[in-house]
Design a protein around this ligand. Structure first.
Ligand SMILES: N[C@@H](CCC(=O)N[C@@H](CS)C(=O)NCC(=O)O)C(=O)O
Length: 254
């Protein structure tokens, strides 16, 4: 059995899920309770972060590592672009998307989202049984502080994160003008990684996670609003519309 441990809304988990879907792998996406994951995931992998893929007794941690693994194990329908120069370019784009979008966008969103327990609960307990949802509610004050201290930190860090994000999106705006794909003439891992990193800002409707309602917080919406009409956000909407396809249903372990 192949299983992907994930947080349903996580942009890193989405990249791994998308890659598995494109490869046509039959897998179970299993949501993991935040908090206890610090112990449960570290028991099987070097770090506590998700996504983690379990396949034939092997454990692979990290979105890009999972994509590497999938291309090695299932060489048909490669996710890497063709040729070594294009592969280096993909690695560069993915590293930029990770450092300048994935991490700072998460910081900017959590700064506001952690004050909304309802949407946080929806994100972190999607598809889980009632007792796990109850555990989330009870432990939320501790989790909220940990998310704040780990990802939001302080005002200076948020200001720096938002500047990085704006700068990177401006760079991608130039790159995606008039192009379907970031590299070459077919979908590659660079598209998957960059579009997934942006998915928590764009909230594309083809994303397999059912997004919570965010409408009541103008500060939270303000994080995305300035980019809503950008070429980059448009590109993400197109890539999702044309290439995301169906995904396996999230199923919680009992
Ligand atoms: N470099 C990692 C980053 C993954 C990551 O940051 N995951 C977050 C969720 S968005 C996580 O699991 N955080 C909890 C933790 O690290 O304990 C990857 O590509 O998978």
């Amino acid at each position: 059995m192949t299983e992907l441990y994930l947080f349903p809304h996580s942009h890193y988990c989405e990249a791994a899920r998308w890659a598995l879907d494109l490869k046509g792998v039959d897998y179970t996406p299993t949501p993991i309770v935040p908090g206890p994951h610090l112990f449960s995931i570290r028991r099987i992998a070097p770090k506590s972060s998700l996504p983690v893929l379990l396949v034939d007794g092997e454990v692979v941690q990290g979105a890009r590592e999972i994509i590497d693994f999938l291309d090695a194990k299932f060489p048909a329908n490669p996710l890497a672009p063709d040729g070594s120069a294009a592969r280096e370019e993909a690695a560069q784009l993915e590293a930029e998307a990770d450092a300048n979008i994935g991490i700072p966008l998460r910081a900017a969103i959590y700064q506001h989202l952690i004050h909304h327990k309802g949407p946080m609960k929806h994100c972190f307990t999607y598809g889980m049984p009632a007792y796990k949802k109850a555990f989330f509610s009870l432990s939320y004050p501790i989790l909220k502080k940990r998310i704040h201290d780990t990802y939001v930190r302080d005002d200076a860090y948020i200001a720096q994160s938002r500047a990085k994000l704006a700068e990177q999106i401006a760079r991608f705006d130039k790159r995606v003008q008039g192009r379907e794909f970031l590299i070459g003439d077919r979908l590659s891992r660079a598209d998957i990684m960059v579009a997934s990193m942006l998915s928590i800002g764009v909230l594309p409707k083809e994303h397999p996670f059912e997004w919570p309602q965010f409408e009541d917080d103008p500060e939270l919406l303000g994080v995305f609003e300035q980019f809503r009409d950008s070429a980059t956000f448009d590109w993400v909407r197109r890539i999702y519309r044309d290439h995301r396809g169906a995904s396996s249903e999230i199923r919680a372990a009992a």
